[in-house]
Design a protein around this ligand. Structure first.
Ligand code: CO
Length: 493
Protein backbone atom coordinates (compact mmCIF):
# COMPACT_ATOMS: atom_id res chain seq x y z
CA UNK A 1 0.00 0.00 0.00
CA UNK A 2 2.92 2.35 0.65
CA UNK A 3 3.76 2.68 -3.00
CA UNK A 4 0.14 3.56 -3.82
CA UNK A 5 1.06 6.94 -5.32
CA UNK A 6 4.57 5.97 -6.36
CA UNK A 7 3.67 3.78 -9.32
CA UNK A 8 1.26 3.85 -12.23
CA UNK A 9 0.22 6.35 -14.87
CA UNK A 10 0.70 10.05 -14.17
CA UNK A 11 -2.43 11.87 -13.08
CA UNK A 12 -1.45 15.34 -11.78
CA UNK A 13 -3.81 16.72 -9.13
CA UNK A 14 -5.39 19.96 -10.33
CA UNK A 15 -5.52 22.81 -7.87
CA UNK A 16 -7.93 25.71 -7.58
CA UNK A 17 -6.65 28.67 -5.59
CA UNK A 18 -9.23 30.25 -3.25
CA UNK A 19 -6.99 32.90 -1.66
CA UNK A 20 -8.91 35.81 -3.19
CA UNK A 21 -12.37 34.55 -2.13
CA UNK A 22 -12.89 31.82 0.44
CA UNK A 23 -9.50 32.44 2.10
CA UNK A 24 -10.21 35.95 3.29
CA UNK A 25 -13.96 35.24 3.60
CA UNK A 26 -13.23 32.47 6.08
CA UNK A 27 -10.56 34.29 8.08
CA UNK A 28 -10.92 38.04 7.60
CA UNK A 29 -14.65 38.69 7.18
CA UNK A 30 -14.20 38.93 3.36
CA UNK A 31 -12.42 42.27 3.64
CA UNK A 32 -9.47 41.86 1.24
CA UNK A 33 -9.42 44.78 -1.21
CA UNK A 34 -8.74 44.53 -4.93
CA UNK A 35 -5.73 46.85 -4.65
CA UNK A 36 -4.00 44.22 -2.50
CA UNK A 37 -4.62 41.50 -5.08
CA UNK A 38 -3.22 43.39 -8.06
CA UNK A 39 0.51 43.28 -7.14
CA UNK A 40 0.61 39.46 -7.41
CA UNK A 41 -2.17 38.93 -9.93
CA UNK A 42 0.15 38.27 -12.91
CA UNK A 43 2.35 35.93 -10.91
CA UNK A 44 -0.70 34.05 -9.63
CA UNK A 45 -1.71 33.61 -13.25
CA UNK A 46 1.65 32.01 -14.02
CA UNK A 47 1.38 29.32 -11.31
CA UNK A 48 -0.80 27.03 -13.40
CA UNK A 49 -3.83 26.74 -11.13
CA UNK A 50 -6.82 24.92 -12.64
CA UNK A 51 -8.84 28.01 -11.69
CA UNK A 52 -8.82 30.90 -9.24
CA UNK A 53 -11.87 31.55 -7.11
CA UNK A 54 -12.04 35.33 -7.01
CA UNK A 55 -15.70 36.22 -6.56
CA UNK A 56 -19.16 35.27 -5.29
CA UNK A 57 -20.09 34.04 -1.83
CA UNK A 58 -19.96 37.03 0.50
CA UNK A 59 -17.63 39.19 -1.65
CA UNK A 60 -20.47 40.95 -3.48
CA UNK A 61 -22.07 41.93 -0.17
CA UNK A 62 -18.95 43.11 1.66
CA UNK A 63 -17.45 44.91 -1.34
CA UNK A 64 -20.35 47.27 -1.93
CA UNK A 65 -21.33 47.53 1.75
CA UNK A 66 -17.99 47.91 3.53
CA UNK A 67 -15.24 48.43 0.96
CA UNK A 68 -16.98 50.92 -1.33
CA UNK A 69 -15.85 48.81 -4.29
CA UNK A 70 -18.00 47.94 -7.28
CA UNK A 71 -18.17 44.13 -7.18
CA UNK A 72 -18.24 43.80 -10.98
CA UNK A 73 -15.11 45.95 -11.26
CA UNK A 74 -13.09 43.37 -9.34
CA UNK A 75 -13.68 40.79 -12.07
CA UNK A 76 -12.80 43.29 -14.81
CA UNK A 77 -9.68 44.57 -13.08
CA UNK A 78 -8.29 41.13 -12.19
CA UNK A 79 -9.00 39.93 -15.71
CA UNK A 80 -6.52 42.49 -17.04
CA UNK A 81 -3.73 40.77 -15.13
CA UNK A 82 -4.96 37.17 -15.06
CA UNK A 83 -5.37 36.22 -18.68
CA UNK A 84 -4.85 32.45 -18.69
CA UNK A 85 -6.28 31.07 -15.45
CA UNK A 86 -10.09 30.72 -15.49
CA UNK A 87 -12.05 32.62 -12.84
CA UNK A 88 -14.44 30.76 -10.60
CA UNK A 89 -17.26 32.09 -8.44
CA UNK A 90 -19.52 30.66 -5.75
CA UNK A 91 -23.18 31.10 -6.70
CA UNK A 92 -25.91 30.30 -4.17
CA UNK A 93 -28.40 29.00 -6.77
CA UNK A 94 -31.54 31.09 -6.81
CA UNK A 95 -30.13 33.08 -3.84
CA UNK A 96 -27.40 34.36 -6.20
CA UNK A 97 -25.01 36.31 -3.96
CA UNK A 98 -27.67 37.27 -1.42
CA UNK A 99 -29.62 35.57 1.34
CA UNK A 100 -33.06 34.97 -0.17
CA UNK A 101 -34.52 33.55 -3.36
CA UNK A 102 -34.61 36.16 -6.12
CA UNK A 103 -37.09 36.07 -9.01
CA UNK A 104 -36.03 34.45 -12.28
CA UNK A 105 -35.60 37.75 -14.13
CA UNK A 106 -33.00 38.93 -11.58
CA UNK A 107 -31.26 35.54 -11.69
CA UNK A 108 -31.03 35.60 -15.50
CA UNK A 109 -29.65 39.11 -15.71
CA UNK A 110 -27.17 38.35 -12.92
CA UNK A 111 -25.64 35.38 -14.75
CA UNK A 112 -25.59 37.26 -18.07
CA UNK A 113 -23.84 40.33 -16.65
CA UNK A 114 -21.43 38.31 -14.51
CA UNK A 115 -20.47 36.33 -17.62
CA UNK A 116 -20.01 39.57 -19.55
CA UNK A 117 -17.75 40.95 -16.80
CA UNK A 118 -15.45 37.92 -17.23
CA UNK A 119 -16.56 35.04 -15.02
CA UNK A 120 -15.73 31.59 -16.41
CA UNK A 121 -16.76 28.89 -13.92
CA UNK A 122 -19.97 29.01 -11.89
CA UNK A 123 -19.93 26.81 -8.80
CA UNK A 124 -23.64 26.51 -8.09
CA UNK A 125 -25.04 25.20 -4.82
CA UNK A 126 -28.34 25.11 -2.97
CA UNK A 127 -28.64 24.86 0.81
CA UNK A 128 -31.22 22.06 0.52
CA UNK A 129 -29.54 20.32 -2.43
CA UNK A 130 -32.79 20.95 -4.28
CA UNK A 131 -31.47 21.26 -7.82
CA UNK A 132 -34.68 22.78 -9.13
CA UNK A 133 -33.17 25.92 -7.59
CA UNK A 134 -30.36 25.61 -10.18
CA UNK A 135 -32.64 25.57 -13.20
CA UNK A 136 -32.71 29.26 -14.14
CA UNK A 137 -29.06 30.09 -13.50
CA UNK A 138 -27.84 26.93 -15.22
CA UNK A 139 -29.87 27.76 -18.31
CA UNK A 140 -28.05 31.12 -18.53
CA UNK A 141 -24.63 29.67 -17.65
CA UNK A 142 -24.99 27.33 -20.61
CA UNK A 143 -26.41 30.02 -22.89
CA UNK A 144 -23.34 32.15 -22.14
CA UNK A 145 -21.06 29.23 -22.94
CA UNK A 146 -19.65 29.07 -19.39
CA UNK A 147 -18.62 26.19 -17.14
CA UNK A 148 -21.34 24.79 -14.87
CA UNK A 149 -19.94 23.21 -11.74
CA UNK A 150 -22.77 21.34 -10.01
CA UNK A 151 -22.35 21.25 -6.25
CA UNK A 152 -23.58 18.91 -3.54
CA UNK A 153 -23.51 20.30 0.00
CA UNK A 154 -21.98 17.62 2.18
CA UNK A 155 -23.91 17.00 5.34
CA UNK A 156 -24.07 14.44 8.14
CA UNK A 157 -26.36 13.43 10.95
CA UNK A 158 -23.81 11.30 12.74
CA UNK A 159 -20.01 11.17 12.90
CA UNK A 160 -19.59 9.18 9.70
CA UNK A 161 -21.43 9.15 6.39
CA UNK A 162 -24.50 6.90 6.63
CA UNK A 163 -27.79 6.63 8.47
CA UNK A 164 -31.21 7.26 6.94
CA UNK A 165 -30.52 10.49 5.06
CA UNK A 166 -26.96 11.46 4.17
CA UNK A 167 -25.70 8.04 3.17
CA UNK A 168 -23.70 6.88 0.16
CA UNK A 169 -26.84 6.38 -1.97
CA UNK A 170 -27.93 9.98 -1.26
CA UNK A 171 -24.69 11.38 -2.67
CA UNK A 172 -24.59 9.01 -5.63
CA UNK A 173 -28.16 9.95 -6.56
CA UNK A 174 -27.43 13.68 -6.27
CA UNK A 175 -24.35 13.27 -8.48
CA UNK A 176 -26.38 11.39 -11.11
CA UNK A 177 -28.94 14.21 -11.05
CA UNK A 178 -26.22 16.79 -11.70
CA UNK A 179 -24.73 14.73 -14.48
CA UNK A 180 -28.17 14.57 -16.10
CA UNK A 181 -28.40 18.37 -15.81
CA UNK A 182 -25.24 18.61 -17.89
CA UNK A 183 -22.78 19.68 -15.20
CA UNK A 184 -19.21 20.05 -16.49
CA UNK A 185 -17.70 19.15 -13.13
CA UNK A 186 -19.01 17.93 -9.79
CA UNK A 187 -18.12 19.76 -6.59
CA UNK A 188 -18.43 18.17 -3.16
CA UNK A 189 -18.74 21.08 -0.77
CA UNK A 190 -17.82 20.28 2.81
CA UNK A 191 -18.47 23.73 4.27
CA UNK A 192 -18.10 22.65 7.89
CA UNK A 193 -15.04 20.44 7.42
CA UNK A 194 -16.86 17.43 8.89
CA UNK A 195 -16.16 14.88 6.18
CA UNK A 196 -14.35 11.83 7.57
CA UNK A 197 -11.19 11.07 5.55
CA UNK A 198 -12.08 7.42 4.91
CA UNK A 199 -15.64 8.34 3.94
CA UNK A 200 -14.46 10.67 1.20
CA UNK A 201 -12.17 7.93 -0.11
CA UNK A 202 -15.13 5.57 -0.33
CA UNK A 203 -17.42 8.23 -1.79
CA UNK A 204 -14.97 9.15 -4.56
CA UNK A 205 -14.34 5.51 -5.42
CA UNK A 206 -18.08 4.90 -5.75
CA UNK A 207 -18.76 8.18 -7.58
CA UNK A 208 -16.17 7.29 -10.19
CA UNK A 209 -18.27 4.21 -11.01
CA UNK A 210 -21.44 6.18 -11.75
CA UNK A 211 -20.32 9.55 -13.19
CA UNK A 212 -17.80 10.55 -15.84
CA UNK A 213 -17.31 14.25 -15.05
CA UNK A 214 -14.26 15.35 -13.02
CA UNK A 215 -14.74 15.56 -9.23
CA UNK A 216 -13.70 18.72 -7.38
CA UNK A 217 -13.41 18.67 -3.60
CA UNK A 218 -13.94 21.70 -1.35
CA UNK A 219 -13.40 21.48 2.39
CA UNK A 220 -12.49 23.66 5.36
CA UNK A 221 -9.83 23.14 7.99
CA UNK A 222 -12.31 23.85 10.83
CA UNK A 223 -12.22 20.43 12.51
CA UNK A 224 -8.54 19.78 11.75
CA UNK A 225 -9.22 16.89 9.37
CA UNK A 226 -8.86 18.70 6.04
CA UNK A 227 -5.32 17.60 5.11
CA UNK A 228 -6.25 13.99 5.82
CA UNK A 229 -9.42 14.42 3.79
CA UNK A 230 -7.41 15.67 0.82
CA UNK A 231 -4.78 12.98 1.03
CA UNK A 232 -7.38 10.20 1.12
CA UNK A 233 -9.34 11.87 -1.69
CA UNK A 234 -6.21 12.20 -3.83
CA UNK A 235 -5.37 8.54 -3.30
CA UNK A 236 -8.95 7.66 -4.30
CA UNK A 237 -8.62 9.68 -7.52
CA UNK A 238 -10.24 13.06 -6.87
CA UNK A 239 -9.47 15.35 -9.84
CA UNK A 240 -9.38 18.87 -8.37
CA UNK A 241 -8.95 20.31 -4.87
CA UNK A 242 -9.32 23.80 -3.37
CA UNK A 243 -6.47 25.39 -1.44
CA UNK A 244 -5.20 28.80 -0.33
CA UNK A 245 -1.75 30.30 0.00
CA UNK A 246 -0.54 29.56 3.54
CA UNK A 247 -1.28 32.95 5.20
CA UNK A 248 -4.94 32.69 4.20
CA UNK A 249 -5.19 28.93 4.82
CA UNK A 250 -5.94 26.64 7.79
CA UNK A 251 -8.16 27.66 10.76
CA UNK A 252 -11.67 27.89 9.23
CA UNK A 253 -10.24 28.30 5.71
CA UNK A 254 -8.97 25.74 3.20
CA UNK A 255 -5.80 23.65 3.56
CA UNK A 256 -2.60 25.40 2.47
CA UNK A 257 -1.33 24.64 -1.02
CA UNK A 258 2.39 24.45 -0.16
CA UNK A 259 2.42 21.26 2.00
CA UNK A 260 0.19 19.49 -0.51
CA UNK A 261 2.50 20.34 -3.39
CA UNK A 262 5.45 19.14 -1.31
CA UNK A 263 3.69 15.94 -0.20
CA UNK A 264 2.81 14.87 -3.73
CA UNK A 265 6.19 15.74 -5.19
CA UNK A 266 7.57 12.84 -7.22
CA UNK A 267 4.36 10.79 -7.02
CA UNK A 268 1.99 10.00 -9.87
CA UNK A 269 -0.26 12.77 -8.56
CA UNK A 270 2.46 15.43 -8.47
CA UNK A 271 0.76 18.82 -8.98
CA UNK A 272 3.74 20.04 -11.04
CA UNK A 273 3.32 23.49 -9.47
CA UNK A 274 6.42 25.51 -8.66
CA UNK A 275 6.82 25.46 -4.87
CA UNK A 276 9.31 28.34 -4.82
CA UNK A 277 6.92 30.56 -6.72
CA UNK A 278 4.16 29.68 -4.23
CA UNK A 279 6.45 30.62 -1.33
CA UNK A 280 7.12 34.01 -2.91
CA UNK A 281 3.41 34.61 -3.38
CA UNK A 282 2.78 33.58 0.23
CA UNK A 283 5.40 36.09 1.39
CA UNK A 284 3.51 38.82 -0.39
CA UNK A 285 0.18 37.83 1.24
CA UNK A 286 1.99 37.75 4.59
CA UNK A 287 3.18 41.31 3.97
CA UNK A 288 -0.32 42.75 3.35
CA UNK A 289 -2.23 40.52 5.79
CA UNK A 290 -1.55 42.72 8.86
CA UNK A 291 -3.81 45.38 7.33
CA UNK A 292 -6.69 43.01 7.95
CA UNK A 293 -5.61 41.46 11.24
CA UNK A 294 -8.37 43.11 13.30
CA UNK A 295 -10.85 40.85 11.53
CA UNK A 296 -9.08 37.64 12.52
CA UNK A 297 -10.67 35.69 15.37
CA UNK A 298 -7.91 35.39 17.95
CA UNK A 299 -9.81 34.70 21.17
CA UNK A 300 -8.78 31.06 21.30
CA UNK A 301 -5.40 29.35 21.41
CA UNK A 302 -6.61 26.45 19.28
CA UNK A 303 -6.80 27.12 15.55
CA UNK A 304 -9.18 24.19 15.07
CA UNK A 305 -12.66 23.69 16.44
CA UNK A 306 -12.69 20.22 17.94
CA UNK A 307 -16.30 20.60 19.12
CA UNK A 308 -17.49 20.13 15.57
CA UNK A 309 -16.15 16.55 15.71
CA UNK A 310 -18.63 15.78 18.48
CA UNK A 311 -21.81 17.58 17.42
CA UNK A 312 -21.42 18.40 13.66
CA UNK A 313 -22.56 21.98 14.30
CA UNK A 314 -20.43 24.23 12.05
CA UNK A 315 -18.26 26.85 13.75
CA UNK A 316 -19.99 29.87 12.23
CA UNK A 317 -23.30 28.58 13.52
CA UNK A 318 -21.96 28.11 17.04
CA UNK A 319 -20.82 31.71 17.28
CA UNK A 320 -24.34 32.79 16.26
CA UNK A 321 -25.94 30.53 18.90
CA UNK A 322 -23.58 31.89 21.53
CA UNK A 323 -24.28 35.52 20.70
CA UNK A 324 -28.05 34.91 20.61
CA UNK A 325 -27.93 33.21 24.02
CA UNK A 326 -25.65 35.90 25.42
CA UNK A 327 -28.13 38.59 24.35
CA UNK A 328 -30.84 36.65 26.20
CA UNK A 329 -28.52 36.27 29.22
CA UNK A 330 -28.88 32.49 28.93
CA UNK A 331 -25.44 31.36 27.87
CA UNK A 332 -25.60 28.52 30.42
CA UNK A 333 -28.23 26.84 28.26
CA UNK A 334 -25.83 26.19 25.35
CA UNK A 335 -25.66 22.40 26.00
CA UNK A 336 -29.48 22.25 25.80
CA UNK A 337 -29.36 24.19 22.54
CA UNK A 338 -26.87 21.73 21.02
CA UNK A 339 -29.31 18.90 21.73
CA UNK A 340 -32.21 20.98 20.46
CA UNK A 341 -30.43 21.73 17.16
CA UNK A 342 -30.39 18.01 16.33
CA UNK A 343 -34.11 17.61 17.14
CA UNK A 344 -35.27 20.84 15.46
CA UNK A 345 -33.19 20.13 12.37
CA UNK A 346 -34.78 16.70 11.98
CA UNK A 347 -38.30 18.06 12.47
CA UNK A 348 -37.63 20.76 9.87
CA UNK A 349 -36.68 18.15 7.25
CA UNK A 350 -32.97 17.65 7.98
CA UNK A 351 -31.53 20.52 5.91
CA UNK A 352 -27.74 20.61 5.43
CA UNK A 353 -26.38 23.33 7.73
CA UNK A 354 -25.08 26.04 5.38
CA UNK A 355 -26.11 29.64 4.62
CA UNK A 356 -29.02 30.29 5.06
CA UNK A 357 -30.37 27.06 6.63
CA UNK A 358 -27.75 27.02 9.41
CA UNK A 359 -29.07 30.38 10.67
CA UNK A 360 -32.71 29.36 10.25
CA UNK A 361 -32.31 26.14 12.26
CA UNK A 362 -29.99 27.80 14.80
CA UNK A 363 -32.27 30.72 15.64
CA UNK A 364 -35.33 28.45 15.95
CA UNK A 365 -33.47 26.03 18.22
CA UNK A 366 -32.59 28.84 20.61
CA UNK A 367 -36.21 30.08 20.61
CA UNK A 368 -37.41 26.54 21.31
CA UNK A 369 -35.15 26.27 24.34
CA UNK A 370 -35.88 29.73 25.71
CA UNK A 371 -39.65 29.99 25.15
CA UNK A 372 -40.91 26.43 24.67
CA UNK A 373 -40.95 24.38 21.51
CA UNK A 374 -42.36 26.37 18.55
CA UNK A 375 -44.11 28.84 20.89
CA UNK A 376 -42.28 31.50 18.88
CA UNK A 377 -41.54 30.78 15.22
CA UNK A 378 -39.48 32.95 12.86
CA UNK A 379 -40.81 33.94 9.44
CA UNK A 380 -37.91 32.11 7.83
CA UNK A 381 -38.97 28.84 9.48
CA UNK A 382 -42.53 29.38 8.26
CA UNK A 383 -41.22 29.98 4.72
CA UNK A 384 -38.98 26.91 4.93
CA UNK A 385 -41.82 24.67 6.13
CA UNK A 386 -44.11 26.13 3.45
CA UNK A 387 -41.57 25.10 0.80
CA UNK A 388 -40.26 28.50 -0.26
CA UNK A 389 -36.63 27.38 -0.03
CA UNK A 390 -37.30 24.12 -1.88
CA UNK A 391 -37.67 20.51 -0.90
CA UNK A 392 -36.06 19.39 2.35
CA UNK A 393 -34.08 16.10 2.32
CA UNK A 394 -36.79 14.42 4.42
CA UNK A 395 -40.40 15.64 4.90
CA UNK A 396 -41.06 18.16 7.67
CA UNK A 397 -42.59 16.51 10.75
CA UNK A 398 -46.36 16.63 10.28
CA UNK A 399 -47.31 17.80 13.78
CA UNK A 400 -44.65 20.50 13.66
CA UNK A 401 -45.80 21.62 10.22
CA UNK A 402 -49.40 22.01 11.39
CA UNK A 403 -48.29 24.03 14.39
CA UNK A 404 -45.99 26.29 12.35
CA UNK A 405 -48.36 26.99 9.46
CA UNK A 406 -51.45 27.44 11.63
CA UNK A 407 -51.83 31.16 10.97
CA UNK A 408 -49.36 31.52 8.12
CA UNK A 409 -50.32 34.25 5.67
CA UNK A 410 -49.77 32.19 2.52
CA UNK A 411 -51.78 29.17 3.66
CA UNK A 412 -51.55 25.87 5.47
CA UNK A 413 -50.75 23.55 2.55
CA UNK A 414 -47.07 23.70 1.52
CA UNK A 415 -46.13 24.26 -2.10
CA UNK A 416 -44.43 21.39 -3.89
CA UNK A 417 -43.17 23.10 -7.07
CA UNK A 418 -39.95 24.96 -7.80
CA UNK A 419 -39.67 27.80 -5.26
CA UNK A 420 -39.03 30.59 -7.79
CA UNK A 421 -42.22 29.71 -9.69
CA UNK A 422 -44.04 31.35 -6.80
CA UNK A 423 -42.15 34.65 -7.10
CA UNK A 424 -43.30 37.61 -9.19
CA UNK A 425 -40.73 39.27 -11.51
CA UNK A 426 -38.73 41.92 -9.63
CA UNK A 427 -36.58 43.67 -12.19
CA UNK A 428 -38.98 46.28 -13.58
CA UNK A 429 -40.03 47.46 -10.13
CA UNK A 430 -36.36 47.72 -9.14
CA UNK A 431 -35.58 49.66 -12.33
CA UNK A 432 -38.38 52.12 -11.60
CA UNK A 433 -37.40 52.60 -7.98
CA UNK A 434 -33.68 53.07 -8.52
CA UNK A 435 -34.27 55.43 -11.46
CA UNK A 436 -31.29 57.37 -12.82
CA UNK A 437 -29.06 56.25 -9.98
CA UNK A 438 -28.42 53.03 -11.92
CA UNK A 439 -26.37 53.91 -15.00
CA UNK A 440 -26.44 50.39 -16.44
CA UNK A 441 -27.58 46.83 -15.75
CA UNK A 442 -24.61 46.21 -13.44
CA UNK A 443 -25.78 49.06 -11.20
CA UNK A 444 -29.33 47.79 -11.44
CA UNK A 445 -28.27 44.35 -10.18
CA UNK A 446 -26.45 45.81 -7.18
CA UNK A 447 -29.67 47.59 -6.28
CA UNK A 448 -31.98 44.64 -7.07
CA UNK A 449 -29.97 42.23 -4.91
CA UNK A 450 -29.23 44.66 -2.04
CA UNK A 451 -31.82 47.49 -2.18
CA UNK A 452 -30.74 49.43 0.92
CA UNK A 453 -26.97 49.08 0.95
CA UNK A 454 -26.94 48.90 -2.85
CA UNK A 455 -28.62 52.29 -3.13
CA UNK A 456 -26.16 53.74 -0.64
CA UNK A 457 -23.26 52.30 -2.63
CA UNK A 458 -24.55 53.75 -5.91
CA UNK A 459 -24.74 57.20 -4.28
CA UNK A 460 -21.06 56.89 -3.33
CA UNK A 461 -20.09 55.47 -6.69
CA UNK A 462 -21.70 58.30 -8.66
CA UNK A 463 -20.52 61.05 -6.34
CA UNK A 464 -23.95 61.98 -4.98
CA UNK A 465 -22.81 61.36 -1.42
CA UNK A 466 -19.35 61.20 0.03
CA UNK A 467 -18.30 57.87 1.46
CA UNK A 468 -17.43 58.08 5.17
CA UNK A 469 -13.93 56.85 6.03
CA UNK A 470 -13.70 53.11 6.66
CA UNK A 471 -12.74 52.74 10.31
CA UNK A 472 -11.54 49.18 9.81
CA UNK A 473 -9.35 50.04 6.81
CA UNK A 474 -5.73 50.11 7.82
CA UNK A 475 -2.57 50.92 5.92
CA UNK A 476 0.76 49.22 6.44
CA UNK A 477 1.87 52.55 7.96
CA UNK A 478 -0.85 52.22 10.63
CA UNK A 479 0.21 48.66 11.30
CA UNK A 480 3.82 49.70 11.73
CA UNK A 481 2.87 52.46 14.18
CA UNK A 482 0.72 50.02 16.19
CA UNK A 483 3.55 47.51 16.39
CA UNK A 484 6.05 50.17 17.45
CA UNK A 485 3.71 51.38 20.19
CA UNK A 486 3.27 47.81 21.39
CA UNK A 487 7.05 47.32 21.41
CA UNK A 488 7.45 50.50 23.49
CA UNK A 489 4.80 49.31 25.95
CA UNK A 490 6.59 45.96 26.30
CA UNK A 491 9.84 47.73 27.19
CA UNK A 492 8.07 49.52 30.07
CA UNK A 493 7.09 46.25 31.72
CO1 CO B 1 -16.06 27.30 1.51
Amino acid sequence: MNDFLEQGPKNPIKIQDNTFRDGHQSLLATRMRTEDMIPIAEQMDSVGFWAMEVWGGATFDTMHRFLGEDPFDRIRILKKYIKNTPFSMLLRGQNLVGYRNYADDVARLFVDKTSEAGMDIFRVFDALNDFRNFQTVVERIRANGKHFQGTICYSLTERRMGGDVFNLEYYLNKARELQDMGADTLCLKDMAGIMAPFDIAKLITELKKVITMPIHLHTHYTSGMASMIYLEAIKAGVDIIDTCLAPFALRTSQPAVEPIVATLNGTVRDSELNLNLLLELGDYIESVAPKYRDHLASHKMSVIDTGVLAHQVPGGMISNLVSQLRDAKALDRLPEVYKEVAVTRKELGMPPLVTPTSQIVGVQSVLNVLFGRYKMVTNEVKDLVYGLYGKTPIPVDEEVRKKILKNYKRGQTPITGRAADYLEPELEAARRKVGDLAKDDFDLLIYAIYPTTGEQFLKWKHGIEERPPDVMAKSLEDVKKEDEALEEARKQI
